[in-house]
Design a protein around this ligand. Structure first.
Ligand code: CAA
Length: 284
């Protein structure tokens, strides 16, 4: 089955990035969020990213206009569902919210449509169970910042069909990404490996081993990571980091995944990283 039309649910950091790469790859895209101001913010982020590409000479003004023209914004789920061959959901990491979105999409989308989730750690099998088409539900986990990062983890739920899996692997390639197949276990691969490293870096701050700056320098200069783990945690959002650690801890029942008390404390204080202006670092 070939994908011709893509819809994206959620116009935040991830959703707008996914809409941008889909439109850049030639797909007509419908981008939805619950409020007009949220979709406009997402659309403006895409326009700003494309402006940067124009100023760097990677695309022309005409190409920028064509890409933006391929994106329709809406706050009405029926608009997003009606003609979609695939819907990629990128709403808040909350099982209740996600299953409600999938239940609605299942009712409103054409029978052939694939329903994909950009969840970073929630079980695809459980999301799929909220629909009457679990064989057409799959995980498509993009990395932040979506326009830059090459990887898409493609997560097969228990019931995901081979045909849907192959279609999504091909779509990810057509979107200029490198898809990697992963089975449905808590945190998949990316966050099962990344988050315990970030959590351990937070323990190192908590136990006074070194300052956040020193820890980040060790990992940047010693391991060639593009960002140190604490800068990366602030970039991802400390609430998201905590949520993923809790998903791992609950999903495996293993104390090695316990979230660091300092991470909990920061989240309770509202120190969520870059988006709130303060996390391990302070942002102007
Ligand atoms: N949107 C679009 N483009 C962006 C961007 C954004 N938010 N941020 C940076 N870029 C682009 C820049 O325009 C620049 O493009 P050119 O090379 O064409 O000029 C390029 O990325 C490099 O940016 P900078 O030179 O400003 O800075 P940098 O070299 O430090 O790179 C970075 C920035 C790509 C973010 C790099 O620091 C990096 O790779 N960091 C690690 C990111 C990472 O690990 N992401 C995964 C997070 S985990 C996740 O997403 C999964 C989850 O479930 C939590």
């Amino acid at each position: 089955m070939g994908i011709k039309r893509v819809s994206v649910i959620g116009a935040g950091q991830m959703g707008s990035g996914i809409a941008q790469v889909a439109a850049q790859s030639g797909f007509p895209v419908v981008l939805l969020d619950t409020k007009e101001e949220f979709v406009q913010k997402g659309f403006n982020t895409i326009a700003k990213n494309l402006d940067r590409s124009v100023s760097k000479g990677r695309i022309t003004e005409e190409e920028k206009a064509e890409i933006l023209n391929r994106i329709t914004t809406t706050t009405d789920m029926e608009d997003a569902a009606r003609d979609a061959d695939i819907v990629i959901e990128a709403v808040i990491e909350n099982m209740g919210v996600k299953t409600e979105v999938f239940r609605q999409l299942d009712e409103l989308c054409p029978g052939h449509a694939i329903l994909a989730s950009n969840t970073s750690s929630l079980p695809i099998t459980e999301i799929a169970a909220a629909t009457k088409r679990p064989e057409q539900v799959i995980g498509m986990h993009f990395m932040n910042p979506v326009p830059v990062m090459k990887l898409v983890e493609v997560i097969r739920g228990l019931a995901t069909s081979d045909e849907v899996f192959q279609t999504v692997m091909q779509l990810a390639g057509e979107m200029g990404k490198h898809p990697v197949e992963v089975n449905d276990f808590p945190g998949f691969v990316s966050n099962r490996v990344l988050m315990p490293m970030i959590n351990e870096a937070i323990y190192a701050v908590y136990e006074g081993v070194a300052t956040p700056e020193a820890i980040d320098e060790v990992m940047k200069l010693g391991m060639n990571h593009p960002m140190g783990p604490l800068t990366l945690a602030d970039f991802i959002g400390l609430d998201t980091c905590l949520y993923i650690m809790e998903t791992l801890y609950e999903g495996f029942g293993d104390s090695k995944y316990r979230p660091c008390p300092l991470l909990r404390k920061y989240v309770k204080a509202g120190w969520l990283g870059r988006k709130s202006g303060r996390g391990f670092y302070v942002y102007e």
